[in-house]
Design a protein. Structure first.
Length: 225
């Protein structure tokens, strides 16, 4: 018998295709979609905007509960606000990208955001695709399906450089690897593959092929295979 709801966790390093794949899979299957990286970017944006010292974990911890972060989970139009301000564009700046790993490593930040993520997943009627770094390991360890996307640093840098006009591929590659190293080495809930996750190397796959692969895995799960 087909399951009514399905919870899908998609994790992996930067630039492996988590957001593009998750959005498309959720849209195709009528599921909600949650970009957890956007939530960590949003709290980082708030810290920067409010003059909090990013190099001081105790200063970050002291105010981690202050900003109200709201994520819209429609995969065709995901939204993110902080205290009522639309920050969808502001959280994608180089400044936020270079600071987000330091903020997301603070345990009080992770506790706050993890609680928010769990409550969004619990409220998603038809089911949800949640993408990030620690969804399968920590946020939703009982997810019905866990996927871990990977890709070579070269493929990821080429993809990102294509997005950012005039970006130097080598510099983009170094920045991706630096962020992955910080995210993988933090003490609390690091970037990691869950033991029961299906690993998909996307280096030589088109985005469409990755989407089809994940849709098939979800449908098999739903059918109880
Ligand atoms: N299989 C693929 N082949 C080619 N390009 C891809 C593929 N998957 C994703 N892309 C492109 O690579 C870029 C990065 O993808 P995306 O933002 O989905 O990755 P991500 O894992 O969510 O990254 P981050 O964790 O840094 O947010 C986008 O421009 C996307 O269109
Ligand atoms: N579950 C997660 C998701 C993200 N992070 C942190 O946010 C950064 C930005 O993520 P993007 O997916 O938008 O690139 C990421 O580098 C991590 O520091 C996280 O810790 N846990």
């Amino acid at each position: 018998m087909e399951r009514a709801t399905v919870i899908v966790a998609i994790d992996g390093p930067s630039g492996t295709g988590k957001s593009s794949t998750s959005k498309a899979v959720a849209a195709q299957l009528g599921l909600s979609y949650l970009d957890t990286g956007a939530q960590y970017r949003a709290i980082t944006w708030w810290m920067v905007t409010n003059g909090i010292d990013i190099d001081d974990p105790s200063a970050i911890a002291a105010v981690a509960g202050k900003p109200e972060i709201i994520s819209g989970t429609d995969p065709s139009a995901p939204t993110i606000t902080v205290d009522g301000t639309d920050v969808a564009a502001a959280i994608r700046t180089q400044d936020v990208t270079s600071k987000v790993s330091a903020v997301s490593a603070v345990p009080e930040v992770r506790a706050r955001i993890t609680e928010l993520q769990r409550s969004i997943a619990a409220d998603a009627g038809n089911g949800i695709v949640v993408e990030g770094r620690d969804i399968g390991t920590t946020v939703l360890p009982d997810a019905d399906l866990k996927i871990f996307l990977t890709a070579s640093p070269e493929a990821r840098a080429a993809r990102r450089s294509g997005e950012l006009k005039n970006a130097d591929v080598q510099a983009t590659r170094e920045a991706l690897l630096k962020r992955d190293a910080a995210d993988s080495s933090r003490k609390t809930s690091p970037l990691a593959k869950a033991d029961d996750a299906v690993e998909v190397d996307t280096s030589d796959l088109t985005l469409q092929q990755v989407i089809e692969c994940v849709v098939t895995l979800v449908e098999e799960k739903r059918a109880g295979k």
